[in-house]
Design a protein around this ligand. Sequence first.
Ligand code: FMN
Ligand code: SF4
Length: 663
Amino acid sequence: MSEPFPNLFSPLKLGGATLKNRIVFGAHTPNLSHEGIPGKRHFGYYRERARGGAAMIVVEPMPAHRTGVLTRGNFLAETDELIPHFRKITDECHSHGTVMCHQIYHVGGHGDQENSWEPYWSPSGIPSMHDPWGSHAMTGPEIDELVAAFIECARRDRDAGFDGIDLFAGYNCVIDQFWSPLTNKRTDKWGGSLENRLRFSAEICEGIRKMAGSGFIIGMTVSGAEPYPGGLSIADKQEIISWLDQRGLVDYFSSGTGSYLNQFSKIVPSFHFGMFLGSDDAAHFKQVVKHARVTAEARVKTPANAEKVLSEGKADLVSIVRGQIADPNLANKAKGGHSADIRPCISCNQLCIGRRMRDYWLSCLVNPSAGREHEWGGDATPPAVAPRDILIVGGGPAGLEAARVAAERGHKVRLVERSGELGGQFRLAAGQPERGEIGAFLTWAEGQLEKLQVKVELRKDMTAEEIRASGADAVVLCTGSVPSRSGFQRAYPHRDGLPGADQENVCTIHDVLEGKVVPGTNVLLLDDLNGWWPASGTALHLAQQRHRVTIVTAAEKAAGQLDHSMTGDTTRERFARMGIEVVLASSLDSFEGSTARIMNLYTGDIEEREFDTLVLATTNERDDRLSRELEGSGMQVHAIGDTVQARTASMAIYEARKLGLTL
Ligand SMILES: Cc1cc2nc3c(=O)[nH]c(=O)nc-3n(C[C@H](O)[C@H](O)[C@H](O)COP(=O)(O)O)c2cc1C
Ligand code: SF4
């Protein structure tokens, strides 16, 4: 038992295993396999979280059957070929005292034929939510085949050394499609009464118990109410859980949030959702179980939050997924009394589910070692062979990470920043509505620099001359990028800028967020970023400040660039509620005086409208002045992040870590 977190660090018996604490690295799809095989990338990812102190890991789901293949990175379905590969992972994680489970899934009617090349098997042939197609209502023998496939999957997991499995019975997938009257219209023994609707899940659990014995953990991920007439209420879910629990069929229930049916973005909730999102559902589950344990999922994030959930008796376990992607050592740091050293997840979703949604392997904006543990040896950095004097110029995300890594490796580091604060553009982003979690990351980074005795000098705009005279063994330029004031738009590649961009009533999003310009009441925001945060976040900021906001964008969908990080729909919802108008598929032909000539890109028609202020949200220009001035200086000069090319904080942090490991 550890002092600050007495509940979190108390052991718990689960099935035939004992968990050393209550922290689960819950089920998720990092999409890490290599040609369907869990290889080195997988091994490194899970070993890192096992080393970091997680009590239980639920490994990336396995499609139960060929009709359930969902991602390009999915494991090969229905084959024993995977067993020795998984065995390597379970052996390694067991050696760190971690209990290993494996999720088994099948999304039923919401399949993806582009990946599976199979029809989608569902109880009653509901339309797929992945594409415009339907699904195939299973015949009785097909249902038997699917039940047997789930049990076979669990048999492979047992043979691969897993301590148990986690059945995906949430988010309206095949198991809960059988449960719900919305998706199960069958009139045979698989539909109708509660007992009939539960038969599919019960037969799977009974078959696994019979095959693997009572010590083999059977977990189940279940989401809360289906908020539609005729859908399962939370009381219905309690009845289902109680029914399965009374028969001893399940060892733990985990409270997933969101669903294919209602809010998809709630499955991996960004900062647009509150903390403790699944904890009340967990509490409802806990009210009705007599045997099984309950795990609270979603937006628990920190050890302090976890302790609160446990101490309030809402759950027996907590799943912290993104918190441990961002810092694989979360558990050990909390146990050792070093919670302040935990690198905070900022709930941005940009490189975790953001990459998964584009079918790449997962990484993390604040922790680029995620998914690369096998290449970089994990999150920790090795000591430098020969400590040197390193000068970092610029204190945005790239500079902060480069300084941290270099200092952690034993170099003597000096960081100079021309403004009065560290954080660069990331600090501006933190000021946009609901994006305050970025601030916690900056506080963490500053704390780490202090601890590592990095010499930080603010309001220091170093010239090339001063850099040459600094005596540093190596200089890292992280001078970032600056907003373009030209009004260049991709729709006019032949024009250098926007007619009227040099007027006094035209400013950039930086001017707005830094408070340098107070726009008039009626604002036009030119979004040439396809809705990416600088554009959408500033529109929300302006609307919150009671400006009337119109966005003009060449994109065909508002905030479309945010979709992959599951923040597109929640942003559009905010646009709608705040009255932000979005003029799609349009460009700004000119802004002269207060007249905007807006051109429809399909028809070429021009509409003239009046605005007090035009705010430019266009692609930044890199600040490479020092790079050019130091060329041929004979110094070891590195340039990273926006200094090289204007882009995202994730790339800046990645390049900083990568460079830091070689300095
Ligand atoms: C990249 C990613 C993929 C996910 N895939 C799954 C999945 O396959 N099965 C599942 O049950 N949950 C999945 N989830 C949801 C997580 O289990 C968890 O509920 C969610 O991340 C919220 O918890 P957190 O706030 O601790 O991250 C996924 C989450 C992420 C970030
Ligand atoms: S990418 Fe963002 S949301 Fe995902 S784990 Fe990293 S910090 Fe958290």
